[in-house]
Unconditional design. Structure first.
Lengths: 219, 223, 219, 223
């Protein structure tokens, strides 16, 4: 049942130690900084985090990693010029990494939301990221079997929500939001604006409210 | 303990009213073609139920009448419908992802037969000369969190449609959780079939009609 | 390369005998009647047609079937109160039928467009529509292996196109259009209106122009 | 027949100009991070090229400057960019479906090594202490209709990066169709590697540098 929640602290209060948490965003675009800060404050730890990256600079996901709350990262591109907190943890052997090609990451998240038990893709065939995986010749191409990535919770950022929880996003900040909302058991969304039900054109809704559990407006 | 909550068997509308009452507030629901469609007539505004139609919409409103009719706005039964505030449209793969990904709380379907373990047969009579047509039945049966069936308990020949094993071709395996019939409401669980309430018959009279061992669940009202 | 074409006749002129043709629409909503009529006039035959249904009444796809142009239907729901042309051909053994659960139909079309070589789904497990198919226990459920449906051509109907071929649809007439546009080698779209490039909000484009080859305006 | 079309090796900008000229009008193109990004500077309006960025956009414009900068509008290299008329936004799975479904005409990527059979190595040095990061490289390599590589022909130590077999970890198998380097343009086909043109060296001088048997394709200009 959809809830509108007053503070980011209340919104993330139910996230348990050991959870798998999907966090939207590609770099800083679409990253739900306020929800991540609240998750940090909540003390939840031993998390598996799914995000395209592994944090930038000294904010958001990077801080969650710095503080040792993340046991494992599932991502496509951890190493960046400003990923020093991840780099340090990784080199110290204090964080586990599952490196996934970005398209497989997106498709595996999509599969979880869509009830697909697994799929074959040519991406990664013949590379070290497909080692040990089942392969099969399909449509004339060697393909690799990949499985869905499910999550307990998704933290995402959208532009607007209406009273039914329908969401619209802004430009390339959309990125992983819609597929993560569908893949998690519980989806928490921070938005810039809550509009009355009926104010979003039904043709333009990107994430239908069925995928949304908690909404919090962030100034 | 008596299971009987009505002195007469329920008519189609009374049964639809009962199903509607049992749907938890805020649920996302898909109503199958035919008898299940009647349920929408009895959903209240307070329940805040969102209806899904598999041809690409959440927030479907009542059947369109007169000038409301728009050929681009139809339901899965190809009947013109209306749009409620807060509706959304999406393409077919996204629509079935909602169903197949387990996001619908309840779907309500008709049936030829339901087995004691929740197998559903509702798409094909198995007649060799029949033209088969499945539509979204298998996706709904497999995908929704709860699958409610609405049917008459007996065929016109007086044979129970709640059976030990389906003789008609299956739609889904072990998917039905509840069966609403004119004579009783059945709950299907891993430990067997229990009877929530009976209409116009006693538990013992019901057991005489049904070739599946039944337990009395007691007359629980609501979910 | 995107082309704006003056007549539906020219738009379908390249469709060869023996082609697999996806036709948008669910019932009559979104069915591109004018393109189908032009396909009928073109004389193309021995077609495999992918559509949710197998024609309604005495128009569109129903006529294509009546005239014996369709060798095989891939669909989920052929039998309707007004599917008499399909019914007659089927009973006469003059048309082949591949019956596919509607969600598998949609997902298999989506897979073709997305480069997925195959996927597992619980839909159909234990039923006659999964007979002979590979099955596997995944995510705690028995699942059936399904393969993509590719097409040579897609005929679809949209509301508006801009100069880049970006499309928007109308209400439930959207249905199979976006996934068929992506799954076919050549996508032909009939629209009610062509608007200047820049007139569609980039947030609200449903089918990006990359999936569109030919556009024809229909009165 | 001479393959030499320039008296000097090409600089990065000249090479980018050459790649840009070779892209067919109306193409949909993804330009990788780094040197390939330079190609966008030389695309002409008449070419009507649509740029894709894998973080969810078609119709990407030039890098944003000053007040144009918007944190919600970035490219795959996380650089602020602009939006052209006719652009569209979509989520990550839809964006990668464009790449993986074979809808992009060309992607242009940098490389550590390319093999004689078109294997690409561009994501990992293989150093045991390196933190690996792959991003969308494998999807681009596998999905685009044509994969163009831009790189210097030789490493700083003077070793050819066009090799018989890649020693670095692979990004994709048999995916590269064309290699643009400072010294030559190579075409990779099932029957081997041919040289379209050379810059500042003769075909024979080029063959001395490269441990792969080369054929002269002749100085064809354009595609």
């Amino acid at each position: 049942m959809l809830k509108f929640i007053d503070t980011v602290g209340e919104a993330v209060a139910g996230i348990k130690d050991g959870s798998t948490v999907m966090i939207g965003g590609f770099g800083n675009a679409g990253q739900p900084f306020e929800l991540i800060d609240a998750l940090l404050d909540s003390g939840a730890t031993d998390l598996t985090v799914v995000n395209n990256n592994a944090g930038q600079g000294d904010q958001g996901l990077a801080l969650l990693i710095k503080e040792g709350r993340v046991r494992k990262m599932i991502c496509s591109f951890p190493r960046q010029s400003d990923s020093w907190h991840f780099d340090a943890k990784y080199k110290a052997g204090e964080i586990e990494l599952e490196l996934v090609p970005q398209g497989n990451l997106a498709e595996r998240i999509r599969a979880a939301g869509a009830g697909i038990g697994g799929f074959f893709t040519p991406t990664g065939y013949g590379t070290m990221l497909a080692e040990g995986k089942h392969t099969r010749l399909l449509d004339g191409k060697w393909q690799v079997f990949e499985t869905p990535i499910h999550a307990d919770v998704a933290l995402i950022k959208a532009l607007k929500a209406d009273g039914k929880g329908n969401l619209v996003y802004r430009k390339t900040a959309r990125n992983f939001g819609p597929i993560m909302a569908a893949a998690a058991k519980h989806t928490i969304v921070q938005v810039s604006e809550i509009v009355p039900t009926g104010a979003l054109d039904p043709e333009n809704v990107v994430t239908p409210g069925i995928y949304v559990n908690s909404i919090v407006k962030v100034a | 303990m008596s299971t009987q909550t009505s002195t007469k068997p329920l008519g189609r509308d009374d049964l639809a009213r009962l199903v509607a009452r049992d749907i938890a507030p805020g649920s996302f629901v898909n109503l199958g073609i035919g008898q299940p469609t009647l349920v929408s007539n009895y959903l209240t505004e307070e329940q805040n139920i969102t209806l899904h139609t598999e041809n690409g919409m959440l927030g479907m409103g009542p059947e369109a009448k007169g000038e409301e009719i728009d050929g681009d706005l139809i339901n899965a039964g190809k009947i013109p419908v209306t749009e409620l505030p807060g509706a959304s449209y999406f393409h077919h793969a996204d629509s079935f992802a909602i169903m197949r990904g387990g996001h619908l709380d309840i779907c309500v379907l008709g049936a030829f037969q339901v087995s004691a373990t929740g197998d559903l047969a509702n798409w094909h009579t198995g007649a060799p000369d029949a033209i088969p047509a499945v539509g979204g039945a298998m996706d709904l049966a497999t995908g929704a969190k709860d699958v409610f069936v609405m049917m008459t308990l007996l065929t016109r020949d007086g044979v129970s449609k709640l059976v030990d094993t389906c003789s008609y071709p299956l739609t889904g395996v072990g998917c039905v959780t509840r069966v609403y019939t004119d004579k009783a409401v059945f709950l299907i669980a891993p430990d067997g079939v229990s009877v929530r309430e009976t209409f116009g018959c006693t538990f013992e009279e019901l057991q005489e009609l049904v070739p599946v061992p039944l337990k009395a669940a007691g007359a629980v009202v609501g979910l």
